[in-house]
Design a protein. Sequence first.
Length: 322
Amino acid sequence: MKKYIIGIDLGGMGAKGGVFSYEGELLVCDKIKTDKNDGFEGTVESLSVFCKSLAKDAGVSYTDVVAIGMGSPGVVDSTRGLVLRWSNFNWDNVPLAEVLSKKTEKPVYIANDANVAAFGEAKFGSTAQYQSSILLTIGTGVGGGMVFDGKLIEGYRSAGAELGHVTIREGGLPCACGRRGCYEKYASTTALIRQTRHAMVENLDSLLWEEAGGKIEKVDGRTAFAAARRGDKTAQEVIRQFVGYLSEGIADFVNILRPEAIVLGGGIANEGEELFAPLRKAVDERTYIAMDIVPLKIVGAALGNKAGMYGAYALAKEKMIK
Ligand SMILES: [Zn+2]
C-alpha cells in the first residue's frame, strides 16, 4: 500500500501545502489564505479542511495519508507540539499539533517555520549532499535554521537558532526584539533598502535614482545590485558595505559551528556571483580558520518558497520513525 505525507508551511497571510509520496516526491501543492481574525480554532479548522482537499487533489485516499508536518511562525516547541508565542496571530501557548491532529485524525508534527525551511533545504535543496548547513533567509528580517548531522538544531524548547538577533553593532540600530545592533537590522533586505535610500540622498547624481525610476519609495532589494552592475560607484559602495554586514554574522556562525555550507535564501540569492563572490571573500577574511584550510561553501537556496513544504514533509517523516 502506498503511503503519503502532507507538508504545510503556515504563514500570517496564507498557508502553502503539498502532498508527498512517502519517499519524498511532491505530487500536488496548493495554498489557502489565513487570517488572524479567524482565531486559533478557525485557523486550525481551515488547515484541516485544506489537508483533506490536498489529498483529494492528489487523487490519494485520505486513509493513506500517514502524517502531517507543519512549519509555523512564532516560538514553536517542536517536542511538545505547542506554539508558545506567535504575536501576529495573538497565539499564546496553543496546542497546535494536538488540536490539528484531532481534527485531521492524523499524527501532526510541527516546528518553527524558519527551522523547517532550513530542514527542507538541507534535505532536498542545494546542500542535500552535506551533513551540516546553516540557512539564512534574507527578507524583511533575517531568519535562520541550522542542520547538523542531518538533525535540526533548535535549542531548549526549540527557542534557539534566532540567528537574526545576534549583535553585530553594539549600541547600533534599535530592533523590535528590544536590543540594539541586531544582525537583521544591517543584513536584511529591509536594511539594504534603507542603506540604498541613504546613499541616494547623499548622491543625487547616482544611477540608483534611475534604477528606482526617480522615486526613492520605489527602491527594492535589487536596485543597488542593478546600478552596481552598470558601474555606479555609489551603488558599488552600498553593496560593499552590505556584504560586509552580511559577512560579519556569517563569520560568527562559522566560528562557533563550522558547518560545511552556508545557504542564502530570499530574493537576494538571485543576484548570483555579484553577491556570492564578494561575500565568500569577506567571510574568508573574517573567519578564524580560512577556507583553504577547512572548506566552506556559500551558496543560494534551491527550493525557493517550497522549502517550508519540503521541510514539513521531512520533519513528519523523521518524527514518525522516531
Ligand atoms: Zn533583534
